[in-house]
Design a protein around this ligand. Structure first.
Ligand code: ARG
Length: 584
């Protein structure tokens, strides 16, 4: 079923096409948006203003001609023209009723499956082996997972790829340090417990920075490793495995699925990538390194800034790997859209990689590469997010602290409500609230801005937080328990009368448009804001319209609205990677 917005768009397209000469100049989408203020109705459109200039007519006259051609009688009350030529639409109660009746039976809450599913690669999370997985990787993990969930729900084929940094010069240093700490133990058996890998990395780095000879040895090991020396390969695999286990703990806590395909995977293709760029005349030798010069990229002094694809020592780099990965994803995975979720600091890198790929012909016009950047996570003081002692915050500690704090909050609240709950209940709830709070705090911000990480804010029961949204869902479940209502068997008639009922109903109807928007602009905070407003509108409705105590037909209609609210909240939150609870 098309949403009212889609229907209006379609009818307006037809009506404007009938304006004769206008047809050619009319924009594809006649710009219907939800009304900024309920006094303008439910939707508004400024097509007449847009076309007026082109057609050299008065916008109001044009609006009248459009309305004369427009067929929306089933959908809304007669549209009105306001101000300089805006067209305002108010939905008909009968239409709202029909829509709600459909939506309540639809497990997808009105969200259509796309007609032409794409193969989409979402490249996200992607921490570096043996280095710290920091809050930036947390953002990438949460945002990337959300986008993957949305694409999956829309019916696309999605590859969730973890492009882990498992190849690079750091391994020479790490293996050299491994040899030194555990002499004779290479290849290392399961017997070695490295302890915390980040600490191990720091110690290795200290050793590396302070000793010329050690550095020499480490560099030599990189060359041997890249040449495939079996012992070194085993040591490398061992380090990757230890790291992988640590990352997995985070993914388990977050309930995020990823397929690991690290940088090393593309190693066999790097030479061919460089050869192809040379053969196509794109790569040139510049001061010993193979470079591709690009349009629009210059150094601070104005000289052209090339993308280096092979260093003078013969080594390949991050960009070469990304070129190989892009080529592989298009040619072997059949990707039609590739989404890269990293911090905004990598924007230039991706812009360069995409430009080279395009020039090389690896990026046909049917394939879209999109960098989805995000800002920084800051401490509550607005400075870089660090522990008290000034170290990088370990993600596992961060998530566990959120769970602990949620646990404390729950116990305090239960005590004040004089409720007794089992330890299992509290544990389960604390985990869901703690993790959801962290995820939602991230997703509810415009991803391009920096945000301050505050446990107190994200765990608050009031405000745009996960607990607030979860609570709205729980409230509906409470109504069902109290009234002994089985929503699954419930087919109400949506006879609406009061303004809070209409406000809530119309908000529910916007859900499919919001999901479609998120699938197009990759901004999860829009969905967050929508769900927050849904919870607020539901709470206002709940305060003003008795539900269980009402007489029929109000009682059923209101129960129906409550149930739909819960359904949309559950589905919307699941797209953000957040599960619901039945009680809290
Ligand atoms: N490992 C990189 C980092 O930690 C992120 C990789 C992003 N993906 C990519 N294809 N370059 O910054």
């Amino acid at each position: 079923m098309l949403t009212p917005k889609e229907l209006l768009n379609r009818q307006l397209t037809q009506a404007t096409a009938q304006l004769g000469g206008a047809a050619t100049g009319a924009p594809d989408e006649p710009l219907v948006v939800a009304a900024s203020n309920p006094k303008f109705g439910d939707f508004q459109c400024n097509i007449a203003l847009t076309l007026a200039k082109q057609l050299q007519q008065k916008p109001r006259d044009l609006a009248e001609q459009i309305l004369a051609n427009l067929q929306v009688a089933d959908l809304c009350e007669p549209p009105t023209i306001a101000g300089p030529g805006f067209i305002n639409f108010t939905l008909k109660p009968s239409y709202i009723q029909a829509w709600l009746t459909q939506q309540i039976q639809d497990p997808r809450c009105g969200v259509a499956v796309v007609e032409e599913p794409l193969t989409i690669v979402v490249d996200f999370s992607s921490p570096n082996i043996a280095k710290e997985m920091h809050v930036g990787h947390l953002r990438s993990t949460i945002i990337g997972d959300c986008l993957a969930r949305v694409f999956e729900f829309q019916g696309h084929r999605v590859l969730r790829l973890n492009h882990v940094g498992d190849w690079g010069t750091q391994f020479g240093m790490l293996i050299a340090y491994l040899q030194e700490r555990y002499p004779g133990l290479l290849p290392p058996g399961e017997a070695i417990d490295l302890g915390d890998l980040v600490t191990f990395y720091r110690q290795a780095k200290q050793r590396f920075d302070g000793d010329e000879e050690f550095q020499q040895h480490a560099r030599q090991l990189v060359v041997q490793l890249q040449a495939g020396d079996p012992e070194l390969v085993k040591a490398w695999q061992f380090l990757c495995e230890v790291s992988r286990r640590e990352f997995q703990q985070i993914y388990d806590l977050l309930e995020v699925q990823l397929t690991e395909r690290g940088e090393s995977f593309y190693n066999p293709f790097l030479a061919a990538v460089v050869e192809e760029l040379k053969a196509k005349g794109l790569a040139v030798l510049d001061q010993g390194a193979w470079c591709v010069f690009l349009e629009g990229f210059v150094n601070a002094d104005g000289s052209p800034l090339p993308l280096i694809i092979q260093k003078s020592d013969g080594g390949y780099n991050y960009a070469t790997t990304d070129l190989a990965a892009l080529r592989y994803r298009v040619q072997n995975d059949g990707a039609q859209r590739i989404i890269y979720v990293t911090d905004v600091g990598q924007s230039q890198h991706f812009a360069q990689v995409f430009q080279v790929a395009e020039k090389a012909g690896w990026l046909p016009p049917t394939v879209q590469c999109i960098h989805v950047p995000f800002g920084l996570v800051l401490g509550e003081d607005g400075k870089k997010f660090r522990t008290r002692s000034g170290e990088t915050v370990r993600l596992k500690d961060l998530l566990e602290e959120a769970i602990q704090r949620a646990d404390r909050d729950i116990r305090t609240r239960l005590a004040s409500e004089q409720r007794q709950e089992s330890p299992e209940f509290i544990q389960h709830l604390a985990r869901i609230i703690g993790i959801s709070a962290v995820k939602y705090a991230d997703l509810s911000q415009n991803r391009l801005s920096n945000y301050s990480f505050s446990y107190d804010k994200m765990l608050a029961l009031q405000g745009n937080t996960a607990p607030y949204l979860l609570y709205a869902y729980v409230r509906v479940q409470g109504i069902a328990r109290k009234g002994a209502i089985d929503f699954a068997q419930f087919t109400p008639e949506f006879i609406l009368k009061l303004p809070p009922e209409f406000t809530l109903a119309k908000h529910l109807m916007q859900f499919p448009d919001v999901v479609a928007q998120l699938g197009a602009d990759f901004l999860p905070n829009r969905l967050g804001q929508y769900l927050f407003e849904l919870s607020q509108k539901f709470n206002q409705f709940y305060d003003q319209c008795p539900i269980l105590a009402a007489a029929e037909p109000e009682r059923s209609a209101r129960l129906g609205l409550a149930y739909l609210t819960a359904k949309v909240l559950q589905l919307g939150l699941s797209l953000l990677g957040i599960p619901v609870v039945e009680r809290m």
